[in-house]
Design a protein around this ligand. Structure first.
Ligand SMILES: [Cu+2]
Length: 122
């Protein structure tokens, strides 16, 4: 009797586990596996090319400074990938990965009146 019950329980578990695996694997959501895109924003002539860009969650953005002087990528919005990065002349920032939706405003702290931008993450 005990053996029969044990066998029944084991069989029930096998059925339950095999029945669960397709949905647990998450393979039915190809949208989640879309490749992240990488964007570039250029700082040139103390202006921002593509000051307003729209990305989706998981995409990355990096800022390229084509000027000789320093610029910064200073975020004004909480939850941004970082608070502030200085970008030396002729250099790149590391990639900022946006993991939450929102409107992330930023500016260059050296040219606050002419260099402001927004990354909109959907
Ligand atoms: Cu600047």
């Amino acid at each position: 009797m005990f053996r029969a019950l044990t066998l029944f329980v084991v069989m029930a578990m096998v059925v339950a586990i095999s029945g669960m695996s397709p949905s647990a694997g998450g393979d039915d959501k190809p949208k989640d596996k879309a490749a992240a895109r990488n964007f570039e924003v250029t700082y040139k002539g103390n202006k921002i090319d593509q000051a307003n860009i729209a990305v989706v969650v998981g995409d990355t953005v990096r800022w390229v400074n084509e000027d000789n002087g320093q610029h910064s990528v200073t975020f004004d919005t909480a939850g941004a990938p970082w608070t502030e990065k200085i970008v030396e002349g002729g250099a790149f920032t590391e990639r900022a990965k946006f993991t939450t939706a929102g409107e992330f405003k930023y500016h260059c702290k050296f040219h606050q009146t002419t260099m402001t931008g927004t990354v909109t993450v959907k």
